[in-house]
Structures are given as C-alpha cells and as structure tokens.
Design a protein. Structure first.
Ligand SMILES: *Cc1c(COP(=O)(O)O)cnc(C)c1O
Length: 439
C-alpha cells in the first residue's frame, strides 16, 4: 500500500531551530536607524521587541538555536504537522512528478503563524513583560498571537485595519474568543489614531495606521512589547520548525525534493520550509530549485529593487535592506491579504540577490483555479495565500509532464481557507479579476 501521510512521533520533533544567517556566505546587510543611518544593535531593537527576539534577529553566528522546553510543549499540541503525498492532484494533472505538501493548516488557528507567536509570547513572559500588541490586516497573525498570549497569561491588544475588521468579522471573533482586545484602526485610543481621525474622520485604516498605533502603545506602556508575524529574521527562524520536520519526513518517504515552493508575503513560511533544505545547498552544493510564489499584483521579488526601505507605510520602522516596491506602494485589494506587503525579509532578499532562489508571480485568477483543483482533489480548501504556492507547483508539475521528468516537488500549505469563503464565493460568482500594478 502506498503511504500518503508522514508524521513524526513527539520524541522525534526537532529541538532546535535553524539560523541560516550563520551559514550564508554573504550575510544580510544591517538594519539602519533612519535618523542616524547607523546599524541597529540588539539593545536598540529590544526597546520594542522581546530582548531574546532582538538577539536572534541579529545573530549571524549560531546555526542552531535551542527551542525552549515550554515552547516545545506547546508545539506538541499540533506538531508534527503531516507531510502529505498529493496522489489525487498528481493524477488529475497527469504528471510524472511526485508532489508532496507540508500541511501547516492543521493547528488551532489554521496557519503557520502560530509557530512564531508561541515563542514570541514565551520570551515576553520570561522577560517579565505582561502585555503584547501587534497590528493585523486579514487577521491570521492577530489570531495566532491572541491564542499564544492567552497560553502564557499575557494581555493582548490587536489593532486591526478597520476596513478588514468589517470585511472579515470572524477573525476578530476568534481573537476575542482567545481574550484579546481588538481595536479597529485608526482609533481614538492613541495619539497617532486621534491625529489620523481628526484629519480624516472616515479613514478606512491600513497596515500603516495599525502599525503606528501598536508601536505607540508598546513604547508608551510599561511592560508592553510589540510583535510581528512576518518579515523579521527571528520570525523565519521560528518557522524553520516546518522545514526541519519536513526534512525528516521526506527521508521517511525515501525522497529528497528537487523543488521547494512556498507562497511569499514577507517570507516567513517560505524561509521556514526552505532554509533547512537550503543548508545542504550552501554547505554541500546540493541542487534544489527554491521558488517563492508572490501575487502578480504585489511583485517585489520579480519586479522590486534591492535597496534600503522602511518596513511600514508610515516610516516608523528601521531601514531594512530588501527587495521592495517602495513603502508607499499600494497593492490592489486581492483576497490573499497576507501577501499584500511591499517588501521581502532581509535574509531572503540577500539569498535572492545571490541566486539561491527565484521568485514567480501568480495572477489572482490562476491562484484560485489552482485552489479549486486542490480542494477538489485533496479535499482541503487552501488559504488564498497558499493558493499561490499551489499554482506555482501546478506550473512546474505540468512542465514535468511535458518533458516526461519524474521530479520531486515539495510545497508548503501555509493555511486553510475556511474563514476566507467570501473570497471563494467571489471567485465562484465570477467577480474576481487580475491586477497588474503600474510600476
Ligand atoms: C501571513 C500568511 C502568509 C504570508 O506570510 P509569510 O511571512 O510570507 O509566510 C502566507 N500564508 C498564510 C496562510 C498567512 O497567514
């Protein structure tokens, strides 16, 4: 009988995360203070982030970082996640390729984001922090953080983009179920929010307004830290649990991937799956094709420039060396909310520059076509973000069919789409369109 799902026993779970920065030949350039243009120290970053996360952010020395015992305990609630061979999808495509996916949708929150929310809240707790705050758009990160904060007994305040809060009410319900306070941004609860509302009483909110409010709350409240669900290097570090498990699971399947594919917002689920495999490329010269799938409407990897830019629209963050479309770029309102970000993380940007990986851009309709085929073959409704990885996988599997090549493809299913059914409704009703940005 052919095996479909590969799962690790609890005692086989990885006990360390992999820090690719230590093995990179060209290290990522430093983050800069925008006022002085001086490189930021871990101490500078610790004003807003947990001190341990600030340290991990800049660590270019230690390849392996121990996962704290308490974090491992919480990982056990849903890890390992299954590695699955997509036999039905292969058959529908008529491809000789072997398609595997790592299923990160099978956890309490339905996406990979909780893998970093748990350690971030754990370190805050350890350091005597009592409150965490963040911004969220579609709400996946806010939901993961709310759950993790509750787990470690922290108060959690989430600023959610006002318009998303109205469009996606169930994610606010999830956050509130886990005990978080959810505030639509812009709000009257911060100086920044009051200023925005005074200037424009009907402002719909944006990630820029929400970041400003969350950062203000963190910097003006004692014992309160700010957290981020993507882009930063410590977030990708925590996400390497995905690839480290997948490495063991691929060995159980008796194969090694020729191609590794993930969707790309800020780079955390891509890095999380790819970096442990890329280690063998850097250290042993293994040939693997690493593909990051971004939306055609927000193509920073394929059409952005490598330069120093702000991480947020308002210009509050440090300057980051990255591929970017510019921090004032306004992506079209596609349903893959998690991929609507103007820049790429600093590690991934350096790896792209050095030719270790490549980006592909996927139009919105192609992403939903792929999601529909995946749902109808494998029985899982993918998140609109994950549909981009599936579309890129299908492209490659069809190339294998043309050339008669039996390649092994591994992609990350970063989340399920059960709270995004309005997006599927729009697709099924024929209301969705493609967007090509003017750059
Ligand atoms: C947030 C999110 C993404 C994009 O973020 P990355 O940091 O690029 O991984 C992708 N998929 C899902 C389901 C998400 O919630």
């Amino acid at each position: 009988m052919k095996q479909k799902r590969f799962i690790l026993a609890e005692n086989e779970l990885p006990r360390q995360w992999y820090n690719i920065q230590a093995d990179m030949k060209n290290k990522p350039l430093p983050l800069l203070n925008p006022a002085t243009k001086e490189p930021l120290s871990a101490e500078d970053l610790a004003h807003i982030f947990a001190a341990e996360c600030a340290k991990q952010e800049l660590d270019q020395e230690h390849a392996w970082i121990d996962i704290p015992e308490e974090v491992l305990e919480r990982y056990k609630y849903y890890r390992s996640t299954p590695l699955v061979r997509a036999y039905a999808l292969e058959e529908a495509l008529g491809t000789p390729a072997h398609i595997y996916f790592k299923n990160e949708s099978v956890n309490p929150l339905g996406s990979h984001k909780v893998n970093s929310a748990i350690p971030q809240c754990y370190y805050c707790k350890q350091e005597g922090v009592t409150n965490v705050t963040t911004e969220t758009g579609a709400g996946q990160w806010g939901a993961a953080l709310s759950y993790a904060a509750k787990t470690f007994g922290l108060e959690c305040a989430v600023y959610q983009v006002k318009i998303s809060m109205q469009q996606k009410p169930y994610r606010s319900s999830i956050m509130r179920t886990f005990g978080a306070t959810v505030t639509g941004s812009p709000s009257m609860s911060t100086r920044a929010g009051k200023d925005i509302i005074t200037a424009d009483p009907n402002h719909p909110g944006s990630l820029g307004t929400a970041i400003s409010e969350a950062v203000e709350l963190a910097t003006t409240t004692p014992n309160c830290k700010y957290t981020l669900g993507s882009v930063m290097s410590h977030v990708s570090l925590h996400q390497t649990i995905i690839g480290l498990e997948a490495e063991k699971q691929m060995a159980m399947a008796g194969e090694y991937p020729d191609m590794i594919i993930a969707c790309f917002g800020g780079g955390s689920n891509f890095g999380g799956l790819a970096f442990p495999f890329m280690r063998h490329t850097i250290l042993e010269g293994k040939k693997t094709d690493f593909i990051a799938a971004e939306p055609a409407s927000c193509p920073k990897l394929t059409k952005g420039k490598f330069e120093y830019d702000f991480g947020d629209t308002a210009g509050y963050t440090p300057l980051l060396p990255m591929y970017t479309l510019g921090h004032t770029f306004k992506p079209a309102n596609i349903h893959a909310g998690g991929l609507r970000y103007h820049g790429a993380g600093t590690i991934v940007s350096q790896l792209l520059k050095d030719g270790y990986m490549r980006g592909v851009d996927i139009p919105q309709l192609e992403s939903f076509d792929a999601g529909m085929l995946f749902a109808r073959t494998e029985g899982i409704i993918p998140a609109p973000e994950s549909c981009h990885a599936i579309a890129a996988t299908i492209r490659e599997a069809l190339k294998c069919k043309e050339k008669g090549e039996e390649k092994v493809i591994l992609f990350n299913l970063s989340g399920h789409g059960l709270i995004d059914m309005t997006a599927y409704d729009s697709f099924l009703n024929g209301d969705l369109v493609n967007y090509t940005p003017e750059l």
